[in-house]
Design a protein around this ligand. Structure first.
Ligand code: 5AD
Ligand code: SF4
Length: 437
């Protein structure tokens, strides 16, 4: 979601004469788009600001101004605290109001005024942003839903991103058509809780499965994905869509968080391990090759050795193609942060390592099972260091290609001849679909 927001901010600034630089030395505007989900991520921003400030002072000495903007969920959560802690920050803008950025920059130009804008505005951010989409990648993100009403007891998202909101179907279809026209072959539908989508459509409401059918009908679309989903919102219809929509890729990020029923209850996840496993089974019934990824938290308050073992058992049963794992981080204002039974840092580290060992093995095994097999790959980019083509498999693996004769946006049939934990190596055998432009 932050990658998506950063791209939108860039598109927003382009018409005002801004271009991207990778060098702080060249910048007259620096936007830090921040994440508040775990303490470490949130703290990073202050050390990064410390690195930026000398550039501001340098420019100031030359009679120029470097504007520093803090955007994202840390901005939303900490607001004017950020300016108190780092007075060199000019603008603090939350995820719901960053479309106002050009206007805010205009307001402070040639003044020493500072602005904090963390409203939840009435005007629609997406109406402002939709006109500006300008992609140069065959994979496009399309935000269809924002916010979350689930209130998992460890999570800050419902507080920073606000209540659930689903964009109307009509707007999404217009944007999807535009993305395809600009060369998108794959669209990834985004939302904090994407499968809770319920968007307005001709005076009725459409759920995510119905929206996926609508998008699959658009001419030129080759691949559809969606993330991130909550297991409790995996409806029968959505599960069925995985067996019926050819463009819907056989990969699903379905965070389980824990494999222990008591911990899941304390996390307020609204499902138990049996229910989660039954969703996995149903999805495998309709789409036998589907791969699963997950988010898993270790060391949630009250997690015992026994509960952690239950998590390991669930991981063994699902057999993930990849997963993200985290030590529980106490976030102020969330119910988890004041629960009894906080787990020590040492135990969290021990459990994280044990879990990651199993996940790494599963990921390696998943990838190496493709050696000697053929698959379809969408070429996404060239690797910076050696210009090699890199694409994505249907199962979200990075695939490196040795040939050079293809273009970004091509879809190829390839033979896989090598694999490691993070990628596959393959040779192309057939061009299936050309780049759009
Ligand atoms: N501590 C650790 N991990 C967290 N996540 C969310 N909140 C916390 C927290 N307080 C993880 C969850 C979520 C992912 C995006 O981040 O696993 O799915
Ligand atoms: Fe956070 Fe996801 Fe739970 Fe919402 S469903 S509170 S975003 S972990």
């Amino acid at each position: 979601m932050n990658v998506y927001d950063s791209e939108r901010m860039y598109e927003l600034m382009q018409p005002h004469g801004y271009i991207v630089t990778n060098n702080y030395d060249d910048a007259d505007l620096i936007i830090l788009n921040t994440c508040h989900i775990r303490e470490k991520a949130a703290e990073k921003i202050y050390s990064e600001l410390g690195r930026i400030v000398p550039y501001k002072i340098n420019l100031y000495k030359k009679g120029k101004k470097l504007n520093i903007v803090v955007a994202g969920c840390v901005a939303q959560a900490e607001g004017k605290e950020i300016i108190k802690r780092q007075p060199m920050v000019d603008i603090v803008v939350g995820p719901q109001t960053y479309h106002r950025l050009p206007e805010l920059l205009n307001t402070i130009s040639n003044t020493s005024e500072r602005i904090v804008d963390t409203d939840f505005p009435i005007e629609n951010k997406f109406d402002e942003l939709q006109k500006l989409r300008n992609i140069n990648n065959p994979v496009a993100f399309l935000s269809i839903q924002e916010g979350c009403d689930k209130f998992c007891s460890f999570c800050v998202v419902p507080y920073t991103r606000g209540a659930e909101y689903s964009r109307p179907v009509k707007d999404i279809i217009i944007e999807a058509k535009d993305l395809i026209k600009q060369g998108a072959k794959e669209i990834c539908l985004l939302g904090q809780n994407v499968n809770a989508y319920h968007g307005e459509y001709n005076n009725t409401v459409l759920s995510l499965d119905k929206l996926i059918f609508e998008i699959a009908n658009l001419e030129g679309i080759q691949r559809i994905r969606y993330m991130t989903s909550h297991p409790a919102d995996m409806t029968e219809g959505l599960i069925k869509a995985h067996g019926e929509v050819e463009a819907l890729m056989p990969y699903l990020h379905l965070p389980v968080q824990s494999g222990d029923d008591q911990v899941l209850k304390a996390m307020n996840r609204k499902y138990n391990s049996t229910e989660y496993l039954s969703i996995i089974e149903k999805l495998r019934d309709v789409r036998p090759d589907i791969a699963f990824s997950s988010d898993i938290i270790v060391g949630f308050p009250g997690e015992t050795d026994r509960s952690f073992e239950n998590t390991l058992n669930l991981v063994e049963q699902v057999n993930y193609s990849q997963a993200y794992s985290f030590k529980y981080s106490r976030r102020p204002g969330t119910p988890g942060s004041i629960m009894q039974g906080q787990v020590s840092e040492d135990i969290k580290t021990e459990r994280l390592l044990a879990l990651q060992e199993i996940l790494d093995i599963q990921q390696c095994e998943f990838n190496s099972a493709f050696i000697g097999k053929s698959m379809e790959v969408l070429i996404e980019r060239r690797r910076r260091k050696d210009n090699l083509l890199v694409g994505k498999s249907p199962y979200m693996q990075a695939v490196h290609l040795l040939e050079d004769k293809y273009d970004i946006g091509n879809i190829l049939r390839v033979n896989v001849f090598a694999a490691d934990k993070n990628s596959l190596k393959a040779k192309s055998v057939q061009l299936l679909s050309k780049a759009a432009n």
